[in-house]
Design a protein around this ligand. Sequence first.
Ligand code: FAD
Length: 516
Amino acid sequence: MVRNIQIRVSLKEEGQIGLKAKTAKHLGVAEEEIEIKVQRRSIDARKPSIYFNYKLEVYINEPMPTTGGYMFEYQDVSKAKPIHIIGFGPAGMWAALRCLELGYKPIVFERGKNVRERRRDLKAINRDHIVNKDSNYCFGEGGAGTYSDGKLYTRSLKRGDVRRVFESLVHHGATEEILVDAHPHIGTNKLPKIVQNIRETIISHGGEVHFNTKVTDFIIESNRLKSIVLNDSKDLEVEKVILATGHSARDIFYLLQKKKIALKAKSFAMGVRVEHPQHIIDSIQYHCRGERHELLPAAAYSLVHQAKGRGVYSFCMCPGGFIVPAATSPGEVVVNGMSPSKRNNLYANSGIVVQIDAERDLYKYEKYGELRALEYQKDLERLAFTAGGRSQVAPSQRLTDFVEGNLSTDLNPTSYQPGLKSAPLHSLLPKLIGSRLRVGFSEFGKKMKGYYTKEANIVGVESRTSSPVSIPRNEHLEHPEIKGLFPCGEGGGYAGGIVSAAMDGERCAEAASEGL
Ligand code: FAD
């Protein structure tokens, strides 16, 4: 007999009895009579007594079938018609994988390097403050998703098949836990191998992935994309092109604007990253003093407050993680967060950002037309560069000093490798952002007692939360003015994370294959 049940297991029970014994007791059968398959696992830490909630499939006196996982039918596409893909982030990777299933040959151009070579450039940013414009935390194999937290939750459930994306991650090396965890994540130590496996699948089935290959121009004739220019030197004739260059490919936005191809300024969010010692967040979320229970993961949080008509909210919270320098050009400071799979670093960091309305808030930037939000974003990143001392050192302040308007005489230790410099962010940040952040942080301190503390630093600036520009597309996911061009993923404004970008990549591959 097979039973589907939901069961709550206390922390103590989880540690001492175990899930199987508890399930057997719950069903009134002997432990040897059952086999269990976890379908969903979450932690309920709302009250001091913490529980694990499980959704289980229980096989009573019946063997549990061995499921081999989802079967991806990747075809040999070596002689198939090509679909060209620009960018090898999640959108580009999943577009390429979908092409293999549909029987088209994906030919990918990626400006950055493969994951292994990319790592050296990350070291150079962190240690020597040198930013390579084509190889950094945003550009290179796997895109912005490789050296990230690898959080996999998405609100875009209606936009595609989330489960399929998770299954393909497992197929390429992620642990099966991501299929059952309520808040799955992979971790930056595991992502490079998965990304590399995806590349190997593409190549072994006849697709192509070209690194160090930047698309620098589009040749358009009679409103049709005729060819793309690679590295300013080689023209390549194309029929269908998926443009998956991400939210940091400013040269692509400038190129489209120069060619008078329709773009639209997009509302987005910017702010700072806040970093607490992880034990403070653990003690608030798990109602404990000192160390969290060994069975509990580093605690996360999610906060939101409406301040003066704009949302202030936590973004990309990384428990047990690191703040990283995510600039893509010299002369700017941009911070973001990542964490290893065990989330065992000593710090908890999160973006705390303010909604920016591209219509209402940026009237001073009107002269930049549809790139006004992008120019505003650039100004903030330059400000952080100057305030940090013109390297990758980031401007910082103790959280309490920021809210109370004092310059910090010293700062807390940090995970941010290039280092921090005390700066009066309370007066440097534009009022639109700074004043709302100060209200937001005070309110967050009321919602989470202990969050508002001088033991936390804020670090500037968190500016790449999503794209400041969107590239329009019609119901066939094609640019309304340029036949053959399929704007895709986060850069087009159609995704906001790894999973939603991957799903959009799949959809664009399907759309591009129509009528080919
Ligand atoms: P991208 O990942 O940005 O990929 C675009 C690719 O295009 C890049 O590789 C770039 O090099 C390439 N490219 C750009 N211009 C050109 C050109 N002209 N020619 C050729 N190639 C070009 N999201 C989550 O869901 N969970 C997380 O935990 C998470 N953590 C993050 C941590 C960090 C540090 C960062 C930076 C981002 C994080 N994100 C996270 C966001 C996530 O990575 C992005 O939403 C996602 O990668 C977007 O996918 P994409 O394919 O649309 O674009």
